[in-house]
Design a binder for this molecule. Structure first.
Ligand SMILES: *Cc1c(COP(=O)(O)O)cnc(C)c1O
Length: 462
């Protein structure tokens, strides 16, 4: 299995190389050269299997010869052992033909654990074999950083540096990043907002001397291995509702388009998915783009669903690449235009192709809160604000086809917004009830990129 860039000029890589590299050197994102398919009979054979067994069968074709069968089985087992639910991704019914896929039973209570735990084990296995070390650098608005730190803490071959906007993540998120005591974990509280952090990470990756000098590796949602890990729960959930004999639709609370793009891959592999519904908050660039064909940045308005507060949606480039018939030059032209003018217009053909798979909707702040209130009263379900956006948008797309809405975080991760909507504070699961008692450790950064780079150089020498 080989991986190519969405902008067409970066080197073709193996799975291992694509996983360790993250962003391609031409600025594009890696995608498989060909998407493997799975027959209806093989999908049927997934019925009744454990999450880990399905994960193995779905991901194996993408891994190539990077790991042996036994190694990969072991990597998957270790990735999901720390989850607080035996089903890993349990499905509950919340309404007529409407189901909720609970993706928040991992160690940091958000769906990002599914991918990050796997990436941690993949990196450790590959680097231990080659005797190398890498430096993971990531920017976070909250959930990615805590998931990355939890996945890499204590691993021998990796230092992990997470940049988060100081004072702009929830207390639970901050504590999940600052309480691990392992020496390879470095939480950096950066003066600025999420875009400041993300720009610093991008600049470090574009500084090739620095990038090669510290062996930088990225685990942001553009990393192909993360997308791949997320393909699995589309299969487990659809199969438990009768796929492949029955088509299923999904609604996905969306920010960087990583999670929903995994659903697109599942569909391309042969899972009968009727529609993938993009659900956004008031930062609705994707909803506007799918409705009008114009992809136009408008700045970020902070919301009660901070993990979806994005200005541009990085993984959307992967969907565009396919919509443009895998024409890397066309994608590059659009991305250059975006950089210069802040917008581009999707061609009519590409837009039609996107709309075959994707529908979309948005939820305002009021609609999000009202959905949390209503779900508590009438569905016996406590939703986090991100999941509430999914439920709100899904309800406008219900049909005879079963709808699965992805619940992307545990409500206790966003206690203020949940309390405001339903009058009670959602408790943390008992396995992490002492989070507020653990001591914190972080480095505050006010000096921008040069200071960040010197902190990284010093710490990895130590
Ligand atoms: C990251 C995140 C999202 C958005 O996922 P994308 O893959 O970026 O689209 C939604 N909800 C929660 C809770 C998240 O952490």
């Amino acid at each position: 299995m080989r991986y190519i860039s969405t902008r067409g000029t970066a080197p073709v890589l193996s799975f291992e190389e694509a996983m360790l590299t993250g962003l391609a050197r031409d600025g594009g994102l890696y995608v498989p050269e060909e998407i493997p398919t799975i027959s209806a009979a093989d999908i049927k054979a997934l019925r009744g299997l454990s999450y880990e067994e399905v994960a193995y069968r779905i991901m194996r074709p993408f891994i190539g010869d990077t790991f042996t069968d036994a190694e990969f089985t072991d990597i998957i087992a270790r990735s999901y052992a720390g989850f607080g639910h035996d089903a890993r991704a349990p499905l509950v019914q919340i309404g007529q033909n409407h189901y909720l896929l609970e993706l928040f039973h991992g160690p940091t209570l958000a769906f990002k654990d599914f991918a990050m735990q796997l990436i941690g084990q993949l990196f450790e296995a590959a680097l231990t074999r080659s005797g190398e070390r890498v430096t993971i650098v990531g920017a976070t608005s909250g959930d990615t950083g805590s998931a990355a730190i939890e996945a890499f803490r204590g691993l021998d071959a990796v230092d992990v540096f997470i940049l988060f906007p100081k004072g702009r993540v929830s207390e639970v998120q901050r504590r999940q990043m600052t309480t691990p005591s392992e020496a390879n974990v470095h939480a950096l509280a950066v003066e600025g907002d999420f875009d400041t952090c993300q720009a610093a990470v991008k600049d470090m990756f574009n500084d090739f001397d620095f990038r090669d000098g510290v062996r930088l590796a990225g685990v942001n949602s553009i990393n192909w291995a993360r997308v791949l890990a997320q393909v699995v729960y589309y299969f487990t959930s659809a199969v438990s509702l009768g796929a492949p004999d029955r088509a299923i639709s999904f609604t996905v609370p969306t920010g960087n388009f990583g999670d929903i793009f995994a659903g697109y891959i599942a569909r391309r592999m042969g899972l009968p998915i009727e529609k993938l519904v993009v659900a956004t908050n008031q930062n609705d660039i994707l909803d506007r783009c799918l409705k009008t064909g114009v992809y136009k940045t408008e700045g970020v308005t902070p919301s009660i669903s901070p993990s979806m507060d994005i200005q541009v949606s990085s993984n959307f480039e992967r969907a565009l690449f396919d919509a443009y018939g895998r024409d890397g030059a066309a994608v590059k032209a659009q991305m250059d235009e975006l950089k210069e003018t802040g917008q581009f217009t999707v061609s009519q053909g590409a837009l039609e192709s996107l709309r075959e798979t994707f529908a979309s909707g948005r939820a305002s702040e009021e609609e999000t809160s009202a959905t949390i209130t209503r779900a508590h009263k009438t569905m016996n379900e406590i939703l986090c604000p991100h999941s509430a956006i999914g439920v709100h948008v899904a309800e406008a797309h219900l049909s005879a086809t079963p709808m699965i809405t992805l619940a992307t975080a545990h409500p206790a991760k966003f206690p203020d917004a949940v309390e405001a909507a339903m009058g009670a504070r959602p408790p943390l699961p008992s396995r992490m009830a002492d989070l507020y008692d653990r001591s914190e450790r972080m480095t505050e950064v006010a000096g921008g990129l040069p200071e960040i780079q010197s902190i990284i150089r010093d710490r990895i020498k130590a």
